[in-house]
Design a protein around this ligand. Sequence first.
Ligand SMILES: *[C@@H]1O[C@H](CO)[C@@H](O)[C@H](O)[C@H]1NC(C)=O
Ligand SMILES: *[C@@H]1O[C@H](CO)[C@@H](O)[C@H](O)[C@H]1NC(C)=O
Ligand SMILES: *[C@@H]1O[C@H](CO)[C@@H](O)[C@H](O)[C@H]1NC(C)=O
Length: 463
Amino acid sequence: MFMDGYCILDSAASSSDAYWLLLRVLALVPLWHYLLLAAFILFSFIYNFLELHFLQDLFSGFPGSPVALSYNASSQIYHGVVSNCKILHGKYFATPWLCSPHLQTLFVNYFGRPPSLKYTRQLFRTADGGTIALDWLSSSDVSGGAPHGDDVASEDESIPIVVIIPGLTSDSSSQYVKHLAYYTAKRGWKVVVFGGVSITSNFSYNAGWTEDVRTVINYLHKEKSKAPLFVVGTSIGANILVKYLGEDGENIPVAGAVAVCSPWDLLVRDRYIRRGRMQKLYDKALAFGLQDYAKLHQSHFSRNANWEGILKSFSVRDFDDHATRVVGKYESVDTYYRRCSSSIYVKSVAVPLLCISALDDPICTTEAIPWDECKANKNIVVATVKHGGHLAFFEGITASQLWWVRAVNEFLGVLHSGNYMHKQKKNSKSSIALDSSIDHGPYVNVTEDGTVAALNNGPTTDM
Ligand SMILES: *[C@@H]1O[C@H](CO)[C@@H](O)[C@H](O)[C@H]1NC(C)=O
Ligand SMILES: *[C@@H]1O[C@H](CO)[C@@H](O)[C@H](O)[C@H]1NC(C)=O
Ligand SMILES: *[C@@H]1O[C@H](CO)[C@@H](O)[C@H](O)[C@H]1NC(C)=O
């Protein structure tokens, strides 16, 4: 047959004859071969789209991802604390059926397998009339003992307290927060989940609004001055945490902190999340989450922001443009992102700080990690793992545990048992070391209490 075809072509036939012949040849291939090919193409597409790494893992014998640590060579926090953390010197083995950053991230948000627990809610009133929900959990809540009441007088005053600052649209009921709260309380410590926004304050939902955190931490320190205070921030909560640590420097009652999956630089995060195909889906999902959140506080947003715009927001940037930027009085969304990014505060952090991120985090890109600034600060150790997704890091065949939760607890445990916990030094009052030119941008006004407002009459020198 091939020879036939060859002969026809050879005898100067028209090109349509050639295609006709080709079609006849292709028609001879059995249908199921085509189906097989289609299935293979579909599989490769999905495999790449979801960034699965199952086959790579399988062919290399499920080697796990080693933890990469980045720190200043003379960092005491590394040599005195992190070097004694086994988990941070081991490997992270992803759950085999969650071998993709997207599957990990979806699973933690929609299933998460959280331990069951019940918080005790305390409503904290701020001086400006805002209300912040503080959800408490202690070891008696998770070990089946008597429920934890308000009577704390009989308890050991020196039990450490871990303050959790959750991320965007998350709160104490979020799956990953429950994992962290449960396992921290299980080891005998007290946990308090920061309810996030102060519902009646005008500054709700601002990635750089540190005042509420500062107020609550000062209050906790005043109430329980013998208890070491640790703070764990996740995602946007990690951004708020690092910014707060940098703003207050030495004068801070925090003994140690962990920032998990921080966005670091909101401008870079914004550009990243609007670039990739998959990232655009996350962007939409996050925008819808923010809209739901806004609807809960409709009276506040319709009074202080552009409510029509909020309802039409299909991305986080749209939402920030119509809500966050307006409420915070920033000139532009980028001004807001630039001012509220924690990366510019890294150098002033004075407490032991562990930062954990997955290199495949689909939301908070590693492009934004300020490696050099972190390395220049001896108090900071950055731990990165190749896989894990955003706030997920599921491990075990049943995906019942989060690796980062174990890593955080081990780090805080080692820090607590040694001599490296930070002690508040009152003398260096509020040392915000914003001395690079970009922070002296022409159109923002930072007042003493940390409020940031845009100036529209400032000189417009180049940035
Ligand atoms: C919030 O904003 C409104 C209007 O801009 C103002 O009247 C109110 O005093 C503000 N509340 C707080 C707590 O700042
Ligand atoms: C480590 O810290 C020292 C002193 O704080 C500093 O001089 C040095 O540049 C830092 N190293 C790096 C790699 O940033
Ligand atoms: C910045 O804000 C403070 C307090 O609102 C105000 O007194 C000061 O004049 C402002 N600075 C400029 C440059 O507008």
